[in-house]
Design a protein around this ligand. Structure first.
Ligand code: ADP
Ligand code: MG
Length: 223
C-alpha cells in the first residue's frame, strides 16, 4: 500500500435485485475513484442507487459485477469475515442515525470501535473528542447529548480508526442548517488529514464543499 493509491477505486459496479418477476438494476456499471483528502458528493434522485453504491464500497453489500478496492486492498468478492475486517480498519461509516450504542458513553463507544480494528491506526480518543467540540461530553451517554452533539459524536465514531475513507449516506438529512454546517466543516477538516470522504446527499451545502460531484441516474453515472 502506497500513499499514491486511491482511497477508493470502484470499477464497473453492477448490482441487481430480484423480487419475484421484478428485477431492479440498482447499479449498472458505476466506476469512481476517490483520492486521499478528496471530498466527493454522490447525488441523484431517490432510487438512483446512491445507498447501494455506498454499501458496496463499504463491503456491507457485495456487487454482482465489478470490483472495489479500499486503499489498494480488494474488499469486493471476499468472504464476509474478510470484508468485515477490512471495513473495521479502513472504512468509517456515518449514518443519519448516529452509530452509537445507547448504553455506552461516547468515550466507551469510541473504545469499542477501536477494539474492532486491532493492528490498524487509531485516533487519540481525547483529541478526537476535542476536535469534534465535545470535550466535556466524553462521559455522556447518547441520550444525554443534544441533536447536534449526537451528529458530531457519530462523526467521532466514524473517524475513530483514522479510516482511509469515510462514507456518509445522507448524513445531514435530518439536521438543522447550523448543525449541518458544523458537520460539513468537520468533514472538510478530516480531509486535511488525508481522509477521503464520500457523501451521498441531496443537500446543496454538501455539493458546495465537494471537490467532485458524481450524479447517479437509474444506476448509472450521468456525465
Ligand atoms: P438511493 O439511495 O439513491 O435512493 P438505493 O440504492 O436505495 O437508491 O436503491 C436503488 C434501487 O435499488 C431502487 O430501485 C431500490 O428500490 C432498489 N433496492 C435497493 N435495495 C434493495 C433491496 N435490498 N432489495 C430490492 N431492491 C432494492
Ligand atoms: Mg439512499
Amino acid at each position: 500500500m502506497t500513499s499514491t493509491e486511491p482511497a477508493v477505486r470502484a470499477r464497473s459496479l453492477y448490482r441487481f435485485y430480484r423480487a419475484g418477476e421484478e428485477e431492479t438494476l440498482a447499479l449498472q456499471g458505476v466506476s469512481l475513484t476517490v483520492r486521499p483528502g478528496e471530498l466527493v458528493a454522490v447525488t441523484g434522485p431517490s432510487g438512483s442507487g446512491k445507498s447501494t453504491l455506498l454499501a458496496c464500497i463499504a463491503g456491507m453489500d457485495d456487487p454482482d459485477g465489478g470490483s472495489v478496492h479500499i486503499a489498494g486492498q480488494r474488499i469486493s468478492h471476499r468472504p464476509e469475515r474478510a470484508r468485515t475486517r477490512l471495513r473495521a480498519g479502513l472504512v468509517g461509516i456515518l449514518f443519519q442515525q448516529a452509530n452509537l450504542l445507547e448504553h455506552l458513553t461516547l468515550a466507551q463507544n469510541l473504545a469499542l470501535v477501536q477494539g474492532f480494528a486491532r493492528g490498524h491506526k487509531r485516533a487519540d480518543r481525547r483529541e478526537l473528542i476535542a476536535a469534534m467540540g465535545l470535550e466535556h461530553r466524553g462521559h455522556a451517554r447518547p441520550s444525554e447529548l443534544s441533536g447536534g452533539e449526537v451528529a458530531r459524536a457519530g462523526l467521532a465514531v466514524a473517524l475513530a480508526n483514522k479510516p482511509a475513507v469515510l462514507l456518509a449516506d445522507e448524513p445531514t438529512g435530518e439536521l438543522d442548517s447550523n448543525t449541518e454546517a458544523r458537520v460539513l466543516e468537520l468533514l472538510t477538516a478530516a480531509t486535511k488529514d488525508g481522509t477521503a470522504v464520500l457523501i451521498a446527499s441531496h443537500s446543496p451545502a454538501v455539493a458546495a464543499i465537494a471537490h467532485n460531484i458524481i450524479r447517479l441516474d437509474d444506476g448509472k453515472v450521468r456525465s
